[in-house]
Design a protein. Structure first.
Lengths: 191, 205
C-alpha cells in the first residue's frame, strides 16, 4: 500500500470519527413532552394522571447510533382532572411532592433499529430512590418543524414501573397493582 | 354523597335538566327505566375521555375532557341498554393552557358555540358473562352528529365498599375522523384520526 492511499484511509477514518464525535443536543419541547400514568381502579376502569411540566435535554449521535438523556419531571405539576385525587396522590401517603418535588430520569443506552430509536435504558429517581427502567418506543420520528424551523426528534414511549421500589405502597393491600404503566410523549428541538 | 332533605329530589333535578336540555335545543329522553333494567349514574370521579392525535407523525398529543355526565340503563336479561352522555368540551385540558385555548377556537372545537358534545346510544352488545362489549350510537360534536362505536377493552362490576353501591364500568375505545365534524385545522401535520380512551364507572341506585 502506498503512502498516499494510507493517508487517504486515515483521512477517511478521521472524517468518520469526526462525524461520530459530534452528537447533536436537543432540548425537550415542554408543549409536547408529557408523562402520564395509568393504574387500574378496583379492576373496573383505568385511572390516569399526567405531569404537566417536564424539561431536559437529549443528545443524539445518529451516525454512531448512540444517545443520552437527562430529564426532570416536576411532580408538583400532577393533574388527574379530579382535585381530591390529585391532592391525595401528591400527599405523603404517595408521591410526597412537598419533600420530593422532582423525578429524574437519566439514560445513556439508546437502542436503534435502522435510523429509529426503539428502546432507551436508564435510571429513574423518584422519592429519592433510584431504579433501572426500560422505555420502549411505540413511535419515533424526526422532522423539520415549520414552526421553530429546526429539526425535531421525538416519539411515544411506554415504561412499566414497580411503585413499591420507590416506597409507594399505598393501596397494595386492597388491590391496587404494584406495577403501573407510564406513557410518555416527547419531542425535542435541535439546539 | 348522602341525600339530605334540603336538596331537590331526583325528580325535580330531572325535570330541571330536561327543561335545560329543551331550552338549549338538545332534548334527549332520559335513559329509559323499564322493569329488569338498572340505571347507573356516571361517577364524575371516574368518567373521563382522553383523546389522542398524531403530531407530525412523531408523537401523540393527548387531552382530557371531563368529568363526563350522564346515565346508563342496562338490562342484562334482555341484553339491552340506553346510554346518554353529556361531554363538557369546555373542560378540555392538554396540560398546556395556550394549546387548550387554541383547540377551543371556532375553527376547531368551537366551544363557545358548542360547549357540550353528546353521545346517545341504544345498541348494546354483551358478552356471555353479561358484560358490555360494545355500544353503538350517535356522537354529536360541533353540532354534527355521526355514528360512533365504543368498544370495551375491559368491563366489570363490583360492590363498592365505600359507596355501598354496585358499580359497573370499564375502559372503552373509539376512533373518529375530526374532519367529519368540520374540525380540520392543522391537517395533515396534526392527524385527522382521533383515538378516544374512555374511562367510565356508573353507580347503581
Amino acid at each position: 500500500m502506498t503512502k498516499f492511499s494510507l493517508l487517504a484511509v486515515f483521512a477517511a477514518l478521521g472524517f468518520t470519527a469526526a462525524a461520530h464525535a459530534e452528537p447533536a443536543t436537543y432540548a425537550l419541547d415542554p408543549s409536547h413532552s408529557f408523562a402520564s400514568w395509568e393504574i387500574p381502579h378496583f379492576g373496573t376502569s383505568t385511572n390516569r394522571g399526567r405531569f404537566n411540566k417536564t424539561s431536559g435535554t437529549v443528545t443524539l449521535d445518529k451516525a454512531a447510533k448512540t444517545g443520552s438523556l437527562d430529564v426532570t419531571v416536576d411532580t408538583t405539576s400532577l393533574d388527574t382532572g379530579t382535585a381530591a385525587f390529585t391532592k391525595h396522590i401528591s400527599s405523603e401517603e404517595m408521591l410526597n411532592v412537598a419533600a420530593f418535588p422532582t423525578a429524574h430520569l437519566v439514560a445513556d443506552k439508546f437502542i436503534f433499529a435502522g435510523d429509529k430509536v426503539t428502546e432507551i435504558d436508564g435510571n429513574l429517581t423518584l422519592l429519592g430512590k433510584t431504579n433501572p427502567v426500560v422505555l420502549k418506543a411505540t413511535n419515533y420520528n424526526c422532522y423539520m418543524s415549520p414552526m421553530v424551523k429546526r429539526e425535531v426528534c421525538g416519539g411515544d414511549f411506554d415504561m412499566m414501573i414497580t411503585r413499591s421500589q420507590y416506597g409507594v405502597s399505598y393501596g397494595l393491600n386492597y388491590g391496587f397493582p404494584d406495577t403501573m404503566r407510564v406513557v410518555i410523549q416527547v419531542e425535542a428541538i435541535k439546539q | 354523597m348522602k341525600p339530605s332533605s334540603n336538596k331537590p329530589s331526583r325528580a325535580v333535578l330531572r325535570a330541571a335538566l330536561a327543561a335545560l336540555c329543551a331550552s338549549s335545543g338538545f332534548a334527549p329522553a332520559l335513559a329509559q327505566s323499564v322493569p329488569g333494567s338498572i340505571t347507573y349514574q356516571l361517577d364524575p370521579n371516574h368518567t373521563f375521555v382522553t383523546f389522542e392525535v398524531q403530531h407530525f407523525g412523531t408523537s401523540t398529543l393527548r387531552g382530557r375532557i371531563g368529568p363526563v355526565r350522564g346515565e346508563v340503563a342496562i338490562d342484562r336479561s334482555a341484553k339491552s341498554g340506553d346510554l346518554r352522555l353529556r361531554i363538557p368540551v369546555t373542560t378540555l385540558d392538554t396540560g398546556m393552557r395556550a394549546l387548550d385555548a387554541r383547540l377551543k377556537q371556532p375553527d376547531l372545537l368551537a366551544t363557545a358555540e358548542y360547549p357540550e358534545a353528546y353521545f346517545v346510544a341504544t345498541r348494546f352488545r354483551f358478552d356471555d358473562a353479561g358484560g358490555v362489549k360494545e355500544v353503538r350510537g350517535e356522537f354529536t360534536l360541533r353540532g354534527v352528529g355521526e355514528p360512533l362505536s365504543l368498544v370495551a377493552r375491559s368491563f366489570a362490576c363490583r360492590h363498592d365498599e365505600m359507596l355501598r353501591r354496585d358499580v359497573c364500568g370499564g375502559d372503552f375505545e373509539a376512533d373518529l375522523k375530526r374532519s367529519r365534524f368540520g374540525a380540520t385545522l392543522g391537517e395533515p401535520f396534526v392527524g385527522d384520526d382521533v383515538h378516544l380512551l374512555i374511562q367510565v364507572e356508573g353507580i347503581a341506585p
